[in-house]
Design a protein around this ligand. Structure first.
Ligand SMILES: O=C[C@H](O)[C@H](O)COP(=O)(O)O
Ligand SMILES: C=C(OP(=O)(O)O)C(=O)O
Length: 449
């Protein structure tokens, strides 16, 4: 992969357009130095891997595979530890195993990981006890602590983001190819979950079926490579464009531009303006691209997004991640899907059941109800069933740790429990048990479909 000033300019065309949600860096010269340094760093992913993910997503778009995308709302530098990364990966692998069996289709596993360090915010400032400071925008920009020093955007953090992403990706690659992700082990973890979870009996029948299938394959002497290693991809929101474009390189095989900070990147609900910098940037790179679609998205907007990002109508290039809210999905999604399908485009439709279902508990914690999350996924499946289209996957904020951030679930978390382990730096995540509950319930829905 090479970089040269002339062709790389294609990754900088966004600079003349309005870019929403960018940090207010106080020292432009320091920013320029950091960008120059980042431009000299090696890629975090290989362009060929991005192509492979695009092909896998192409299968999802055609209805031949399912996408499981999940991870933290906001990764944090002080959480780049072996235990946290392993627990997250383990949870995603467990969910993937259940979904693969129930759907009898490959599950494409993509983490919100190794780059999810930047957050769009509703307000630029936060006020506490009469003191107003810049809002926290993710560890790539400023610190969570409520002090003027921590909240001042510091471009040196972009380099820490690169190194934290590299360390995370390195461990993920080791786990997924080095034996940790063996399907037999993942299945054994799921059996433990079913035995120990209060709602476990609900899933016993499915777990028993999987067990029989595994025993059958063992008895046949089947020991395919696919059991021992797992294809796992990294994704994040392409929010801070100075970072993303510094990590954009020309692929020496094809001459195309790739954002090598992750395999897949997405454009968020707050930055998907049709004439804005984020879409311009995304339109120039060959990575698979996601776009979040909230409840106000019109079919015309969706069609324009396709025109901008997927003019060749290439299945796997564009993923629409809908986040409507449980109360709106049955009303808003059908027209979008109908019009996009009628246009002949084959996008991947994915349900993010988190972002439309956030509310503030009396204790002041931002939270989500597990039942709302589940209901939005149900609505998503109902809409696609009604239209004969493919419910391509789910996109979830989760962690492998036993946090108390969302209420409900089989091992029920109550509003009064939220303070116990409320550790997210931004939005509430499903904990390990809630994530597995969701996987078993989605598996049942997928099978009914
Ligand atoms: O994860 C999504 C957004 O960053 C988040 O919902 C913004 O939350 P805010 O309304 O607290 O800024
Ligand atoms: C900010 C996010 O979501 P949205 O753009 O859908 O609000 C996110 O997924 O982190």
């Amino acid at each position: 992969m090479t970089v040269n000033a002339e062709s790389h300019a294609g990754g900088n065309t966004w600079r003349s357009l309005p870019a929403a949600q960018q940090p207010d860096w106080p020292d432009q010269e320091a920013l320029r130095d950091v960008i120059a340094e980042l431009e000299s760093y090696p890629p975090l992913v290989f362009a060929g891997e991005c192509d492979q993910l695009r092909q896998r997503l192409g299968a999802v778009a055609r209805g031949e595979a399912f996408l499981l995308q999940g991870g933290d709302c906001a990764e944090a530098f002080d959480a780049v530890g072996a235990d946290q990364i392993r627990n997250k990966l383990k949870t995603l692998l467990q969910m993937g195993a259940v979904l693969t069996y129930a759907g009898s289709v490959p599950v494409v596993k993509v983490g919100r990981i190794a780059g999810q360090y930047s957050k769009p915010r509703s307000k630029p400032t936060e006020t506490r006890d009469g003191v107003t400071l810049p809002t926290y925008r993710g560890d790539s920009v400023n610190g969570f602590e409520f002090t003027a020093a921590a909240r001042t955007p510091d471009p040196q953090r972009l380099k820490r983001m690169y190194h934290a992403s590299a360390a995370t990706l390195n461990l993920v690659r080791a786990f997924t190819t080095g034996g940790y992700a063996d399907l037999r082990q993942v299945h054994a973890w799921n059996q433990d979950f079913v035995k120990s979870s209060p709602s476990g009996q609900r899933y016993e029948a499915l777990a028993r079926e999987i067990d029989r299938a595994m025993n059958f394959m063992n008895a046949c002497g089947a020991d395919p490579e696919e059991f021992r290693t797992v294809e796992f991809y990294a994704s994040h929101e392409a929010l801070v464009l100075d970072y993303e474009s510094a990590l954009t390189r020309v692929d020496s095989r094809t001459g195309d531009l790739y954002d090598v900070s992750g395999h897949m990147v997405w454009v968020g609900e707050r930055t998907r303006q049709l004439d804005g910098a984020h879409l311009e940037f995304a339109s120039k790179i060959r990575n698979p691209i996601g776009v979040k679609l909230g409840p106000t998205t019109t079919p015309e907007e969706a069609l324009t997004l396709i025109e901008r990002l997927d003019p060749e109508r290439e299945p796997g290039r564009l993923t629409f991640i809908t986040r409507m809210g449980a109360d709106k999905i049955r009303d808003r999604l059908p027209t979008l899907v109908e019009k996009v399908t009628a246009s002949g485009a084959q996008v991947v439709w994915v349900c993010d059941p988190m972002h439309g279902n956030t509310f503030e508990a009396a204790s002041g914690h931002k939270t989500r109800r597990f039942d709302d999350v589940l209901d939005e996924v149900k609505g998503f499946f109902e809409v696609h069933k009604g239209l004969g289209t493919h419910p391509g996957g789910i996109h979830v904020e989760l962690t492998g740790d036993d946090v108390t951030e969302c209420v409900g679930g089989g091992d029920e978390i109550f509003v009064d429990d939220l303070h116990q382990r409320y550790e997210t730096a931004c939005d509430p995540r499903l904990n390990r048990s809630q994530s597995l509950d969701l996987a078993f319930l989605v598996a049942e829905m997928y099978r009914d479909q």
